[in-house]
Design a protein around this ligand. Structure first.
Ligand code: ASP
Ligand code: MG
Length: 466
C-alpha cells in the first residue's frame, strides 16, 4: 500500500486536480491494480491563508472582509467543480456540498464576529474547511474516471491532544481507527481521499497539526496503516540543492537518511513539514518526494540507510514573504526570561517563528515570522509583554527573507559556515540577523528580500553545488 499526499499547488486549479487523477490512475495501472492506494490532500493553494485571514477579520469586526473572503472561496471551488466534473450528478451534488460547507463557514465567521475574539480552537475550526473541500472534489474527480473513491475527514481518524494550532497525535487510538475504517476500504479496492492537516480530539473537537501539516498527516496515516511507502507529491523534483525557480541548475539530493531529511525540513525545506520524518523513521517506512508537475522524475528517496556511494551535498533553503520583528528594551531590563515569555506566548497564539536570534549587546530579540502573521504577532507581543512595562522597543522590517545553508557532516572538514560567511561578504549581501547551529554544519541568515535571488545564486556557485 502506498500513501500519496498532494500539496496545495498540486491541486491549485481544475487542471491540477485532473493531473493528480492521472497520476493516481497511472500508479494503479503500474501496480497491476492490486496495490492499495490511500490519498491525503491539502487545501487548494492560498485557501488556508484566506480562511485564517477571514477569521482574524471577523474577530476585529471587519465584516465586509470576511464576507468577501467567503465569496471568493465559494467562487474558487465552484469554478473547479464546474470545470473538472462532467457528470451532471457529481457536479450538482459536489457543488451543493461546497455551498453548504461555505455557508457553514460564514456562520462560524459570524459567531467569531459576535464574540469579538478568535481563540486557537476557533481558528482550527475555520482552517479545517480547505482540506474538507479539496478532498470532496478530488474524490468526485476520481469517481468520474471510474476509480472508486471516497472522501473522508481525518477528524474521524487522527486523534490528537487539545493543543490547537499544533496538535500532537495519539498514535494508539489513531492506529485503531485507521485499521477499522481505512484498511477495509483499501482491501475492497476503494481509494480513500483523506483530508490532510486536520484532526480531532478524543471528544471530536477539530484540531490542526500546524501549518504545512498535511505531510505530517500522510506520515501518521502511513505509519498507522503500516504502508509500504509514503509519497509526497509537491511542485519540485524532490529536495534540491536550492529552489529551482532561483537556480535552474539546482540538483536533486537523490537519497537522504531520515536524520538528514529531518534536519533539512527543520531549516525550512518547504517541501517537507519537520514533523513528517519521525513516525516514518519509527516504522522504517521509505518516503519519496516527487513532483506532480513532472511525475517521471525519480525525486528524493528518504530511508534509514542510504546507499554508501550516494553523493553528499549541502543544500540552500530560502523563504521569502517574511517580516523581522525586533523587540527589546533600551536599557538592561531586557532579560532572557522576557525572550522566553515572548516565544512562549507566540507559540500559544499559533504564530510560527521561523528563526530567532538574541542580541545581548542591544538587549533585544529578533523574530522572523511570515508576512501574514506580522500584525497578529505584534498584537500578541504587545498585549503579553506591555503589561510588565519592559517592552520599550518594537521595530519591524518588512520584506525580509531567510537563507539557510544546511551542510552534511563529511562534506568538508571546516564545516560550511565559514564558506557561507565569506561568500556573503564577497557579494556584499546585507545580513540583518544570523542564527547558527553549534555544529558548524548549518547557518541561517535573515537578509533583505530583494537580495535573495542574487545571494542564493552566488552561494550555489561559490559552494560548487551546480
Ligand atoms: N493547508 C494547510 C496549510 O496551508 C496544510 C498544508 O498545506 O499542508 O498550511
Ligand atoms: Mg507543504
Amino acid at each position: 500500500m502506498i500513501v500519496h499526499k498532494f500539496g496545495g499547488t498540486s491541486v491549485g486549479n481544475a487542471q491540477r486536480f485532473s493531473s493528480v487523477v492521472d497520476i493516481l490512475l497511472d500508479q494503479r495501472r503500474r501496480s497491476g491494480g492490486d496495490a492499495g492506494q490511500v490519498v491525503v490532500v491539502s487545501a487548494m493553494s492560498g485557501v488556508t491563508d484566506a480562511l485564517i485571514a477571514g477569521a482574524r477579520a471577523a474577530a476585529e469586526g471587519r465584516d465586509t472582509v470576511y464576507r468577501e473572503i467567503k465569496a471568493r472561496l465559494l467562487e474558487k471551488h465552484l469554478t473547479v467543480v464546474e470545470t473538472l466534473l462532467n457528470h451532471s450528478r457529481e457536479r450538482v451534488e459536489i457543488g451543493g456540498l461546497v455551498e453548504d460547507r461555505l455557508h457553514e463557514l460564514e456562520r462560524l465567521y459570524r459567531s467569531i464576529a459576535i464574540l469579538g475574539e478568535l481563540t486557537m480552537r476557533g481558528c482550527d475550526a475555520v482552517a479545517s474547511f480547505g482540506e474538507q473541500l479539496s478532498a470532496l472534489i478530488l474524490a468526485a474527480a476520481l469517481r468520474e474516471r471510474d476509480c472508486r473513491a471516497q472522501a473522508i475527514s481525518a477528524t474521524e481518524l487522527i486523534v490528537t491532544d487539545g493543543r490547537f494550532g499544533a496538535a500532537t497525535p495519539l498514535m494508539e487510538p489513531t492506529r485503531q481507527r485507521l485499521r477499522e475504517r481505512i484498511a477495509p476500504l483499501v482491501e475492497r479496492g476503494v481509494t480513500p481521499v483523506i483530508t490532510g492537516y486536520i484532526a480531532a480530539t478524543e471528544k471530536g473537537v477539530t484540531t490542526t497539526l500546524g501549518r504545512g501539516g498535511s505531510d505530517y498527516s500522510a506520515a501518521i496515516i502511513g505509519a498507522g496503516l503500516g504502508a509500504d511507502e509514503v509519497w509526497i507529491w509537491s511542485d519540485v523534483n524532490g529536495i534540491l540543492t536550492a529552489d529551482p525557480n532561483i537556480v535552474p541548475e539546482a540538483r536533486t539530493l537523490r537519497e537522504l537518511s531520515y536524520a538528514e531529511a529531518a534536519n533539512l525540513a527543520y531549516y525550512g525545506a518547504d517541501v517537507l513539514h519537520p514533523r513528517t520524518i519521525r513516525p516514518l523513521a519509527a516504522s522504517s517506512i521509505p518516503l519519496r518526494i516527487l513532483n506532480s508537475f513532472n511525475p517521471a522524475d525519480p525525486g528524493t528517496l528518504i530511508v534509514a540507510h542510504p546507499s554508501a556511494d550516494r553523493e553528499l551535498m549541502p543544500a540552500l533553503l530560502s523563504s521569502t514573504g517574511l517580516s523581522l520583528i525586533a523587540i527589546g528594551s533600551q536599557d538592561d531590563s531586557w532579560t532572557l526570561h522576557m525572550s522566553a515569555r515572548a516565544l512562549h506566548c507566540l507559540s500559544e497564539a499559533g504564530v510560527d517563528v521561523l528563526m530567532f536570534s538574541q542580541s545581548f549587546s542591544e538587549h533585544n530579540l529578533n523574530l522572523v515570522v511570515r508576512e501574514q502573521d506580522r500584525q497578529h504577532c505584534l498584537n500578541v507581543l504587545r498585549s503579553e509583554l506591555n503589561s510588565t512595562g519592559s517592552l520599550h522597543h518594537v521595530e519591524v522590517k518588512e520584506n525580509v527573507a531567510t537563507v539557510s545553508v544546511v551542510g552534511v557532516p563529511g562534506w568538508n572538514e571546516a564545516g560550511i559556515v565559514p564558506h557561507a560567511f565569506a561568500a556573503l561578504g564577497r557579494l556584499g549581501t546585507r545580513v540583518i540577523a544570523v542564527a547558527q547551529a553549534a555544529t558548524e554544519h548549518s547557518v541561517s541568515f535573515c537578509i533583505p528580500e530583494e537580495q535573495v535571488v542574487d545571494t542564493v545564486r552566488f552561494l550555489h556557485r561559490e559552494l560548487r553545488l551546480g
